[in-house]
Design a protein around this ligand. Structure first.
Ligand code: SAH
Length: 275
């Protein structure tokens, strides 16, 4: 039954309206997993999540002045970092009204010839003309979309020929035992995620959208620590709320931790080019 569970875009928006403050607090201002080189890497969560942003940006092959779309911009931190580091214009879209508002209130908005801007829009129905952007990236947002084929096709449509798309998402590789499937189902419910999808699914959507895959990198082992760290920080945050709130957070921390321990959960950085 749970395998069929598919949140609507509105469900995802509501979840982020409510949880963005806490999630960005425990993930260094970003709402994505962090990258650690190896077990000895002592980077903080903020450094590790920023490193992941930088890995996406490096793969975009940006030149100054490029027009870039951030699909699922979260708190806006990745867009601000990329715009500032690479001197490009980033438009961030999010399905969450709350995120569009808080990202839009960032002091960087409107600076340097309008280098960053944010609006509420659905990645499965982008409000931009064909070939409008030089580059498109989506960090942990396709994951949430119930029609990923359309989402990827929309990303390809707004990308100019010769443009590059980089997508970063957790994905599943290999079978789950019934117990493991329950853990995944709990995590999907918690974060409003349709069936998680594997590397082939993403690659298939890209090919169908007319994109050529340039690189597929699995960094599952490098991001795994994020779940344990986030769970620990959520447990710390618990003290701040009332007891019902506390119970909910404690359950969320357990789910996140168990999910992160599953070896079948990998993480793909996919780079594709529109010919
Ligand atoms: N990319 C950001 C946030 C990741 S969290 C970061 O790396 O920090 C997932 C993001 O995807 C949220 O901003 C959420 O609003 C967005 N998202 C999920 N479904 C979406 C949809 N259908 N359309 C637009 N954005 C969506």
């Amino acid at each position: 039954m749970t395998e069929q569970y598919a949140p609507t875009a509105a469900d995802v928006g509501r979840m982020y309206d409510q949880s963005t403050g806490l999630l960005s607090e425990v993930m260094g201002g970003n709402i994505h997993l962090g990258y650690w080189r190896d077990g000895d890497d002592d980077a903080s969560v903020e450094q590790a999540t920023d490193t992941l942003t930088d890995m996406v940006a490096e793969r975009l092959a940006l030149s100054p002045g490029a027009r870039v779309l951030d699909i699922g911009c979260g708190s806006g931190k990745p867009a601000v970092r990329i715009a500032g580091t690479w001197d490009v214009h980033v438009t961030g879209i999010t399905i969450s009204a709350q995120q569009a508002q808080t990202a839009g209130a960032r002091p960087e908005v409107g600076e340097g010839n309008g280098q960053v801007s944010f609006l509420q829009a659905d990645g499965m129905d982008l409000p931009f003309p064909d070939a409008h952007f030089d580059r498109v990236y989506a960090i942990e947002s396709f994951l949430h979309m119930s029609d990923r084929a359309t989402a990827v096709a929309e990303a390809a449509r707004v990308l100019r020929p010769g443009g590059v798309l980089v997508a970063a998402n957790p994905y599943q590789q290999g079978e789950l035992t019934p117990h493991e499937a329950e853990i995944v189902a709990d995590n999907r419910k918690l974060f409003e995620i349709p069936p998680i999808g594997d590397a082939d699914e993403y690659a298939g959507h890209m090919a169908k959208a007319g994109l050529e895959i340039v690189e597929m990198l699995d960094i599952g082992e490098n991001v795994r620590r994020s779940h344990t760290v986030a769970a620990a920080l959520i447990r710390q945050a618990q003290g701040a709320g009332g007891s019902a709130f506390s119970e909910e957070l404690s359950r969320a921390a357990d789910i996140i931790e168990r999910f992160g321990e599953l070896p079948q959960i990998g993480y793909g950085l996919i780079v594709a080019r529109r010919p």
